[in-house]
Design a protein around this ligand. Structure first.
Ligand SMILES: [Zn+2]
Length: 50
């Protein structure tokens, strides 16, 4: 199965904190709660390609 590399970006400070992969065919945007060192708390991280 083809998987696509994505970067997870903090929605509050735009820091690129995590790398991940997902199914290339998935159309909906990923939004995950992750810890951001910059904000020092859990924030929503959204996917950002490459
Ligand atoms: Zn942040």
């Amino acid at each position: 199965m083809v998987r696509e590399a994505i970067t997870l970006v903090c929605s509050e400070c735009s820091n690129r904190n995590y790398r991940s992969t997902r199914k290339a065919r998935a159309t909906e945007k990923l939004a995950l709660k992750k810890y951001c060192r910059c904000c020092r708390k859990h924030t929503v991280h959204k996917e950002h390609k490459k």
